[in-house]
Design a protein around this ligand. Sequence first.
Ligand SMILES: *Cc1c(COP(=O)(O)O)cnc(C)c1O
Length: 362
Amino acid sequence: MGHVKLHIPGPVEVSEKTFRAFCTPMIGHRGQGFKDLYAKILPQLQALFHTRQLVYLSTSSAWGVMEGAIRNLVSKRVLCCMCGAFSDKWLDVAQRCGKQAEALKVDWGSPIRPEQVESKLATGQFDALTVIHNETSTGVMSPLAEIAALKRKYPEVMFIVDAVSSFSATKIEFDLLGIDVLLAGTQKALALPPGMAVFTCSPAALAKAATVKDRGYYFDFVEFQKNAESHMTPSTPSIGHVYALASKLEDIFGEGLEARYQRHAKLAQLARQWAGGHGFTLFPEKGYESLTLTCVNNGAKPGGRVVDAAKLQKLVKDQGFLIDGGYGKIKGTTFRISNMGDETEATMQALYSALDSALKQL
Ligand SMILES: *Cc1c(COP(=O)(O)O)cnc(C)c1O
């Protein structure tokens, strides 16, 4: 069988155009060619982050920068907001970095609410917090703007935000929100191959990082800033990714940011409709459903239809599409469909046809 098209929530399908750009012949990373390439994409990245800060390119998956943010910005104690597999893991990562860390834990399927964060921050024990905007394992989007509004009251706390699976699919205004770190991997909504992460830092975060010991080298934010000022990266980057990113940014600004945001919102709405129309309920609490993926309830919560998720996945795969059969402790009792990246109503419709025919065979 040929290529199975990815509709899992990362990595997602990569276009031919992106792949061609990825395969551009190599250049040296300290030469003018690379500096020109970085300089060309920087204003576009800044527009995408809605920031005037420099945007950094990290040759790592998102976890590199997630761990880096802990190592750069936590000196006292970090509050880890936990609502699914990725956000839960961040607590473990912080502890493995030798940091004092505390959990703010809600049930999977629920969002993180600002009141909960506030009651923890009010103790004065924390100098950083981690929050995941779009918890990919549960398909829940937390109200980032409301959480970020707390920054004004707790300016000394570093707000570290993972937007790995929402970045570029919905508007996140870094400067306006006043948060300290915003990071994303390339294999989710940006629809590039995995292996690079993009991030930005507030001036306060850079100042704080400079005072924190044991930040290491590879993910030292101060090094990223110093190098980015001359359009370079601290170490040899995955140059293919930078070419692919330049090509993708062309696509993104060709479509227009607002159109891109609306497309993702519309496709997510259609995915929820498809699920509801087939007797399924959704796993996320109402009002907090992700705009980039749909986590369908399949027995994890009471109510709605339940099917053999592994069998559904197999029947859909036989027709050339890969959906996700659920993550972590909700594997099988949920399944997930991604609409992030380059998807359109037509491409999603092709997936629904395959799902419809699979459901008839169950
Ligand atoms: C995929 C994902 C990650 C992890 O990304 P890696 O590229 O595997 O490091 C982290 N957070 C969220 C929300 C994700 O969706």
